[in-house]
Design a protein around this ligand. Sequence first.
Ligand code: PLP
Length: 352
Amino acid sequence: MSKYWSKFVHKLDPYTPGEQPKDKKFLKLNTNENPYGPSPKVLEAIKLATNDKLRLYPDPESAELRESIAEYYGLDATNIFVGNGSDEVLAFIFYGLLKKTEPILFPDITYSFYPAYAKLYDIKFKKIPLDGNFQINLDGYSIPNGGIIFPNPNAPTGIPKPVSDIEALLKRNHSEVVVVDEAYVDFGTESAVKLVEKYENLVVTHSLSKSRSLAGMRIGCAFASKNIIEGLNRVKNSFNSYPLDRLAQIAGVEAFKDNDYFELTTNNTIKAREFLVSELNALGFDSLPSGANFIFTKHKTKNASSICKDLRDQGIIVRHFSAPSKISNYLRITIGTKDQMEILLKSIKLMF
Ligand SMILES: *Cc1c(COP(=O)(O)O)cnc(C)c1O
């Protein structure tokens, strides 16, 4: 609290990111970072671009990056918006597309940045409860709304929805924007990007932080109709004309070129996830089906906060949403390399 803050700041409810310990001894399985580094070709391109040109402003339109993304997904560059991480892209979406008279809708258990943005922009929202199996219940979204947003797969449950269900929702909802946040889609979930040409109210967001190992570069994008992208550009250019720096634009272009590396690393993560789930289930854990680079799991007898604490004592950090709720007995564990998953399992086995 401070007398210097605007009245509005006192009312904000900011997002709390997962811990980034300064000391390196921890095995970090708490923020869904990729255990593999970025493609060596990305690193090489960043090194080459670290030169005198950094005194110049970057391309405000990120044209080359948008072209690369468009080509990769078979769309036009006018269907692509890029931002400083998908969090920034989402912030522009909230302000530019979801600030309406009716409340927006999102799941009661979901990415906790959504209510934070809604508060920041003074947007009314209504939370639609997940069903008894922790699935997003899209039937519950057929009520008057100012827009709909949900992640696919959902966070922090990791449960994927088939694109056919999303298309059915789009058929029922044409008047307002439907945003599908696909931050984790590359780990085995079907993408709705291909529906962008068919439904002009659909917005899909992607991140290069997770599947392309570039969380430190801050690159995210949105796919939508030309008209929606134009609206997002109006917001962006009223806020910051250069959200992506020179190195980020170059890193992004290279990341989409090195498809072999992308396939190899995402497949390794999927295999490590299946390995971890089957080993944990044998130890009495119940894990929700995951289409992401993390799992959401609970133990039949030992509670989540004590597992979380025991793991920390052994140098492993996982994420526990401890506020009282229907997920407070679950742990969200980021999938690392197979070796890291073996280290984790060794520590867990010591508890039982
Ligand atoms: C990580 C994450 C984001 C943000 O990704 P950045 O590109 O790093 O900003 C957005 N949505 C969800 C659901 C996420 O988990």
